[in-house]
Write a protein that binds this ligand. Structure first.
Ligand SMILES: Cc1ncc(COP(=O)(O)O)c(C=O)c1O
Length: 402
């Protein structure tokens, strides 16, 4: 059976060039980067080189990048580390209604410890409004955390404008508000430049850019003070204790260098295929809704709600035909919770439950899109044929006066 992988927002395959770069650090170059001898120095030099590559990808200074285990840990260090270091200045956080579950979970954990959290709406286009950030700002706001691009619908948030607002507030003497952005989905799919964005903290994860799972980085602007969450070692300038995973860090460095060199080409390739896919779906499948503002989205992602069917059913049906996609709904305790992100767009539970994320990668081909466009309309049709809601809608249409 043909296999088509359209779930690159969940994870990406490791690029063979990345594997090649990391392999020697699993075998002959196995040193601990903290050791003083030759092996240690070799490992240290490799970590330093990778740090420069990751810093270049986001236009940061190398010493502003902390290596850690991935996006979730980066979000934890950014948010908990900042809040713990600054709680004497206030206990208020501003975030959006469509953050990744890691950011949502950290906000809930902080709420339990007495922090107040304001969750901003994203309206029907999936975008936070800067005026809403302004209106939510309080003298005790310590952290504003808004993702750079959403993982389910791909919408790009106004981070530079939010930073400008925070800088204005700082100029007015309100010096204790910092801006964190989760750029896990954005990196390698759009330009991510910490100077243009003006953020204080930015999270990255390597496995979304063709490197292995289990490594990521947090950008921490030089002026920002954080309380380490992992203690008991001097690594990463006391910000993240634990022996560095040299092979994974080397892999991340190589993947970052490739992402920077190939960004324009990858973006153009994914956008062309994604747009072709959307035109094809719109022409062959009725009763669908595209989610997320279409002119402010990542180039690789398409999120579509299919009326009258459950996304999970469609996912399984497509998987049986070799096409891997994902839904936003969480299958918890036997009941399908509709995706909170799609619900935040103001969509009904039915549309939220019927949503599917198709996320392309740099290696997706025209033939992959052709195959998906061949099987998808059939899969939708088959499921709808079994759907009482669809049958009822058809009957109502047939009876409607012309
Ligand atoms: C927006 C966003 N933030 C954070 C994460 C978590 O990253 P990791 O899997 O490296 O922990 C993800 C992963 O899906 C994500 O999409």
């Amino acid at each position: 059976m043909r296999r088509v992988y359209l779930d690159n927002s969940a994870t990406t395959p490791v690029d063979p060039r990345v594997v090649e770069a990391m392999l020697p650090f699993l075998t002959e170059k196995f040193g601990n980067a903290s050791s003083v001898h030759f092996y240690g120095q070799e490992a240290r030099a490799a970590v330093d080189h990778a740090r420069r590559e990751v810093a270049s990808l986001i236009n940061a200074r190398p010493n502003e990048c902390v290596f850690l285990s991935g996006g979730t840990e980066a979000n934890n260090l950014a948010m908990r580390g900042l809040c713990e270091a600054h709680e004497q200045h206030g206990r208020h956080i501003i975030t959006s209604a469509i953050e990744h579950s890691s950011v949502r979970g950290i906000c809930e954990a902080l709420e339990k410890r007495g922090w107040e959290v304001t969750r901003l709406p994203v309206y029907d286009d999936g975008i936070v409004r800067v005026e809403d950030v302004r209106a939510a700002m309080r003298p005790d706001t310590v952290l504003v955390t808004i993702m750079l691009a959403n993982n389910e619908i791909g919408t790009i948030q106004p981070i530079a404008e939010t930073a400008a607002l925070i800088h204005e507030e700082r100029a007015r003497g309100h010096k204790h508000t910092w801006l964190h952005t989760d750029a896990v989905q954005a990196a390698g799919r759009m330009t991510v430049d910490v100077e243009t964005l003006g953020c204080d903290l930015l999270s990255l994860s390597a496995h979304k850019l063709y490197a292995p799972k289990g490594v990521g980085a947090l950008f921490v602007r030089r002026s920002v003070r954080l309380t380490a969450q992992n203690v008991g070692g001097h690594q990463e300038r006391e910000r993240r204790a634990g022996t560095e995973s040299v092979p994974f860090i080397v892999a991340f460095g190589k993947a970052a260098a490739l992402a920077r060199a190939e960004l324009a080409e990858r973006v153009e390739h994914m956008r062309r295929l994604r747009d072709r896919f959307e035109v094809g779906v719109a022409a062959t499948v009725s009763d669908i809704v595209f989610n997320g503002r279409r002119d402010a989205r990542l180039p690789h992602l398409s999120n579509i709600s299919f009326r009258y069917i459950e996304g999970e059913g469609l996912l399984i049906n497509l998987d049986m035909q070799g096409v891997a996609v994902s839904t936003g709904s969480a299958c918890s305790s036997g009941s399908l919770e509709p995706s909170p992100v799609i619900r935040a767009l103001g969509r009904t539970d039915e549309l939220a439950r019927g949503s599917i994320r198709f996320s392309l990668g740099k290696d997706t081909t025209d033939a992959d899109i052709d195959y998906t466009l061949e099987v998808l309309p059939r899969a939708v049709e088959n499921l709808r044929r079994l759907s009482p809601l669809y049958q009822k809608a058809l009957a109502e249409q047939a009876c409607a006066p012309v």
